[in-house]
Each structure stands twice: as C-alpha cells, then as structure tokens.
Design a protein around this ligand. Structure first.
Ligand code: 13P
Ligand code: SF4
Length: 305
C-alpha cells in the first residue's frame, strides 16, 4: 500500500470503530494527518479527559498512554507501538525519590510528566514543559524538589526566582545531544533566523534562544511570528512539520542528531495494525496504582487550567 492508501484505510477503520487517535507533536507528518488531535504533552492530557471515544490510540511514548488511562479508566487505551518508551521516564525510581524526600521534608515534589506511573505516586504535582513555570509559581510551597529533568528544572528555577529549588540530575538523552557548539554553527549558517528551543536542552543552548517553549509553543511561535527563518532546537519532526505547514518560511534543524528514536519507532503501519486489533498494547494498571498516580496529574490540570 502507498502512504495515502494506508491513511485512507486508517480513516475507514477509525470511522467504523469510533476510535480516537491522539498524536504527540513528534509524530511523523503521515501520522499527524490521520490523527484526531495533535499536541504537546499537556494538551494531550487535557484532551484525553474530554475525548468522547471509548477507544483511544496514543501515538507517542508509554507515559503519555498511561496518563490517558489514568484520567479515563473506563476507556480502552492503546499505545500504538509498545516499544516506544521515554528513557527519561525510567531514570529514577520511587525508592530513590522517597530517600531524597526524607532529606528535604516540607519540599513539594514536582514531577515532570515524563515519569512512570509508579514515580507519579510520590509526586505532589506533575508539570509539562508548557505548564511548569505557571504551576511552580502557583503551588503554595516555597520549596520545590523538581524531578527528574535538570534542564527543565534549571529553566523553571530561573523563571521563578522567588522559590527555592532542589534539582536532580536526570534529563532527555535526545535533547542532551546538542550543545553550544551546534548553536554557534547554526547561527553562523543562518544569521537571520530566530532560534526556538525546547527547555529540555542544556542551559548553554537555552541561553541563546529567542523563544523557549514546549513543542506546541515552538510551533505556535513560528507560525505566528513575522520572521521568515527559524532554527528549531527540538526533535526534528517539528522542523519537518513546520516546513509542511508554513511553506513560505524556512526551518533549519539545530542538529541532525535531534532525533528521538522512541518517538520515531511509531509508524503509520502501527496505527493501522492497532486499529485492526492486530498490534499495539492495551494499557492496564491496578486501580490502586491509578488512584495514587492520577492525583498529581489532576493537580496539574487544576493549576495549569
Ligand atoms: P512537550 O511537553 O513539549 O510535548 O514535550 C514532551 C517531550 O517528551 C519532549 O521531549
Ligand atoms: Fe523522552 Fe526525550 Fe524522547 Fe521526549 S524526546 S520522549 S523526553 S527521550
């Protein structure tokens, strides 16, 4: 089948089954075109709560499908490709965070949503890249233990100087691949381009940015900006899709290495097979785990709006 034939088959199966396809912004153009909703991890969480379909197919990584299941336990939630996990989500376990918590009593544990369901059970509130600053300002505690991403944590700490942050040293292996050297080279090659960056990048990269934001924030900024050229400091799918959506502007990847192999593992064929009932993985979790893990997610939506 061609890509277009496969997309047509997916649309037919979707209508027949009443399933809803949610896609993270890092999905390929072919997947985004068949999705009912494309967004950043915050928007996907909020959408999951309001989607009316009984069957949801998540095109993204495992923690995203888990969040959908936590918020909508009555829905059948599938991860389109069971091998797609976020390495950052697995970097720290509950025991480690409990030990750190004991050293910092009274601190609010603020967990990036890129964490396992188990780790969320020890968090007071979750955040995403687009909501972290707002939520850290809004919570009543002055002391914050931010886990696991040290780069996002550093960005938030600089934006919220009135609070006291303790950071741990986790992070995204994809965004960690680029440093200041790549920024200087890209700026030299494209001196008129604005530089848009995801806060998962290291501070030496973020300090050069004209705009720092989530995947949706970067997309929105580039679409509405009067500028004509942009260097994109996040996963290269965003660069590719922006070029599709804004044909009159120019988009350059900060580096060819900005590829998340887990996100890229999800293919259009996976979506097709999942809809046919011949692929994907249905997400299940005990009610005890769900009830404990959903609390910081609900707090995130309460503070995030
Ligand atoms: P967003 O919150 O921007 O969607 O980012 C999620 C992610 O995994 C980025 O690497
Ligand atoms: Fe995880 Fe980084 Fe991939 Fe996002 S880009 S899913 S944080 S490994």
């Amino acid at each position: 089948m061609t890509v277009r034939q496969l997309q047509d088959e997916i649309s037919k199966l979707k209508t027949q089954s009443g399933a809803c396809i949610l896609a993270h912004s890092y999905m390929s153009q072919a997947i985004c075109e068949v999705a009912d909703f494309v967004g950043d991890s915050y928007a996907l969480s909020v959408k999951a709560k309001s989607a009316s379909a009984d069957k949801v197919i998540m095109c993204g990584v495992r923690f995203m499908a888990e969040v959908v299941k936590m918020l909508s336990p009555q829905k059948r939630v599938y991860l389109a490709n069971p091998t797609a996990g976020c390495p950052m989500a697995e970097q720290m376990d509950r025991e480690l965070i409990e030990q750190v918590k004991a050293r910092y009593p009274g601190y609010a544990v603020v967990a990036y949503i890129n964490t396992t369901a188990e780790l969320k059970t020890v968090a007071d509130v979750c955040v995403t890249s687009s909501s972290a600053v707002k939520i850290c300002r809004a919570i009543p505690q002055k002391d914050v233990l931010f886990i696991p991403d040290i780069n996002l944590g550093t960005f938030v700490k600089n934006q919220v100087p009135e609070k006291n942050f303790k950071l741990l040293s986790g992070g995204c292996p994809t965004h960690a691949r680029v440093g200041e050297k790549e920024v200087l080279a890209a700026k030299k090659a494209h001196p008129d381009a604005l530089f848009l960056v995801h806060p998962e990048c290291v501070p030496d990269v973020v300090k050069h940015a004209d705009y720092v934001g989530s995947t949706s924030g970067i997309t929105e900024y580039a679409k509405t900006s009067p500028a004509a050229e942009f260097i994109i400091g996040t996963e290269n799918s965003i660069t590719e899709r922006l070029q599709f959506e804004c044909a009159d502007k120019k988009f350059y990847p900060l580096s060819k290495d900005l590829v998340c192999h887990n996100m890229k593992a999800v293919t259009l064929t996976d979506v097709y097979n999942c809809l046919k009932g011949e692929g994907g993985e249905e997400i299940t979790m005990s009610e005890e785990l769900r009830l404990a893990a959903v609390k910081p997610i609900e707090k995130m939506i309460e503070y995030g709006g």
